[in-house]
Design a protein around this ligand. Structure first.
Ligand code: PCA
Length: 214
């Protein structure tokens, strides 16, 4: 089983992105053989840059998928406004950035892929995965839920692109994690409930184990 696991670089003025920290922790757990020997994991951090040119998130994830040929792509991103870890069930064919990306572009309204369906569903966003993730973080007071709105920024863009290009060759799923307590100390709660990246990483590891053992 080959899995690509991605996080994002910091954006929006923050100095860290918990999703990149989660990927680092997942890769460390894998190096310690905590995820099983049968699993080949490829971890990457994506730029928070829209579009498809070199230097964009989509360019980077497409290259990783072409090189690593995974059966599953599991992407992670930060959502400071969330109170739970969220499994995204749907991606929309729309780019409508609420802030500029890290290249300074702010897209008002554009499709992710011209001519593609309005939205695409993630088949890997399964209730079994939700149960496994809940079990992994329950004792830490963290919650996990399904979400039907990944926003209209880079997280949604990357999930839509992955689902659109999958053509049955691989599955793709997106997990949004809350901001960390350290981030919340700098910019406030943002309406969410902060969660240490170490706990988000436990949920991500449970998701990967579930995907690999299904
Ligand atoms: N979160 C943003 C983009 C990068 C990230 O970590 C989002 O939710 O779209």
């Amino acid at each position: 089983m080959r899995i690509v696991v991605s996080g994002f670089e910091p954006f929006g003025g923050s100095e860290l992105n918990p999703s990149a920290e989660v990927v680092r922790r997942v890769m460390a757990a894998h190096a310690d053989r905590a995820l099983g020997r049968e699993l080949a994991l490829h971890g990457i951090t994506l730029p928070v840059v829209g579009g498809v040119r070199p230097g964009s998130a989509r360019h980077a994830i497409r290259a990783a998928i072409a090189e690593f040929r995974p059966q599953t792509v599991i992407c992670l991103g930060e959502a400071a406004t969330r109170a739970s870890i969220c499994i995204e069930r749907i991606a929309f064919n729309e780019r409508s950035y609420r802030i500029a990306d890290n290249s300074g572009s702010r897209i008002a309204s554009a499709p992710v892929v011209r001519g593609a369906p309005k939205c695409l569903r993630s088949t890997a966003a399964h209730p079994g995965m939700l149960r496994a993730m809940r079990l992994a973080v329950r004792a830490h007071g963290a919650t996990v839920r399904m979400s039907d709105d990944a926003g209209r920024f880079l997280c949604n863009e990357v999930l839509f692109d992955c689902l659109h290009r999958a053509r049955g060759v691989y599955e793709a799923v997106f997990i949004h994690v809350p901001q960390t307590p350290a981030q919340a100390r700098v910019r406030g709660s943002c309406g969410g409930i902060p969660l240490p990246a170490a706990i988000s990483a436990r949920a991500a590891i449970a998701a990967i184990r579930w995907l690999a053992q299904r």
